[in-house]
Write a protein that binds this ligand. Structure first.
Ligand SMILES: [Zn+2]
Length: 292
């Protein structure tokens, strides 16, 4: 294994770095670059291999560092419009459960990686976002009870990942303990620190390494209610909502097709990722209820 995770391969599959304790039992996938414009992973992988020296600290089992989608990574690095480089043909996070498209690079890469899916017991997918707000773990409701063991974030989202086409779904649907980490803004150094701390916590919790775990006390846990899908091009939110805005019961929060929508749920709810630009008929926000 070279220290450069951009040059390693495993069973002829490129960009896969394996750190092996040679004491076999369980394996974890830490995978990143599902989207190219989220460069935080590079710092995190580098840190784990070079500064933290994972190779010498691993006690049990095997850790896979997977760079999911970096075929034209150089193009991304040289580009001025980095946010337009999220994937080549298809969004890697909408690929599970879909029919194989033979001309799509991402479908080809997905198929290649699928060859080693069955070697994996736990999976974490690393992401970052374009906004400046919460640090979030996302998981399926079946793994929520584990949050006290390793989460060091402001927020946890419990989603029905079971119903999505996200890459992490591949593991969730086979009952493998899996999580998705949004480490904060793409380009901010704090994202690297957030990601690194949470990944180490997980590795300690699962006994891949022995270290001290840092946990946060005040964590908000939200559970997914629904995706907001505009019914017309005239959709508009009443305010410039930030992430996780509380919407009071009976409060009006958007207008669509000249009809005002109000919160007629049982209680106050939370609006997340309200889009400024509406891409009708694509989603433009998500609704959550607070459960903790
Ligand atoms: Zn992403």
């Amino acid at each position: 294994m070279k220290n450069n995770f951009l040059e390693n391969n495993y069973k002829w599959i490129n960009w896969v770095t394996v750190i092996d304790s040679w004491k076999k039992w369980k394996n974890i996938w830490i995978f990143a670059v599902t989207h190219w414009n989220e460069p935080v992973w590079i710092e995190i992988f580098k840190y784990l291999l070079e500064d933290f020296n994972l190779k010498n600290k691993i006690l049990w089992w095997k850790i896979f560092l997977i760079s999911v989608n970096i075929k034209w990574y150089k193009r991304y690095l040289e580009s001025w419009e980095k946010n337009s480089f999220r994937f080549i043909d298809d969004n890697m996070n909408r690929i599970s459960n879909q029919k194989f498209k033979k001309n799509s690079y991402e479908f080809w890469r997905f198929k290649e990686l699928k060859n080693i899916f069955n070697e994996i017991d736990f999976a974490i997918d690393l992401h970052s976002v374009s906004k400046w707000d919460d640090l979030i773990w996302i998981t399926d409701e079946k793994f929520l009870q584990n949050w006290k063991n390793f989460f060091d974030t402001d927020t946890i989202l419990v989603d029905k990942i079971w119903d999505t086409w996200a890459l992490i779904w591949e593991f969730i649907r086979t009952w493998k303990e899996s999580y998705w980490l949004e480490c904060w803004n793409h380009l901010w150094n704090q994202s690297f620190k957030n990601g690194k701390k949470n990944i180490l916590n997980f590795l300690i919790y699962k006994k891949f390494i022995c270290w001290k775990i840092n946990l946060r006390k005040n964590i908000n846990i939200f559970s997914f209610i629904e995706e907001i899908i505009p019914k017309s091009k005239n959709f508009k939110f009443f305010q410039n909502y930030r992430w996780f805005t509380e919407i009071k019961k009976w409060e009006k929060y958007w207008v669509d097709w000249n009809f005002n929508y109000l919160n007629n749920y049982w209680d106050n709810i939370f609006l997340w990722m309200a889009s400024k630009k509406i891409n009708y008929p694509d989603w433009c926000g998500f609704l959550f209820k607070k459960i903790f």
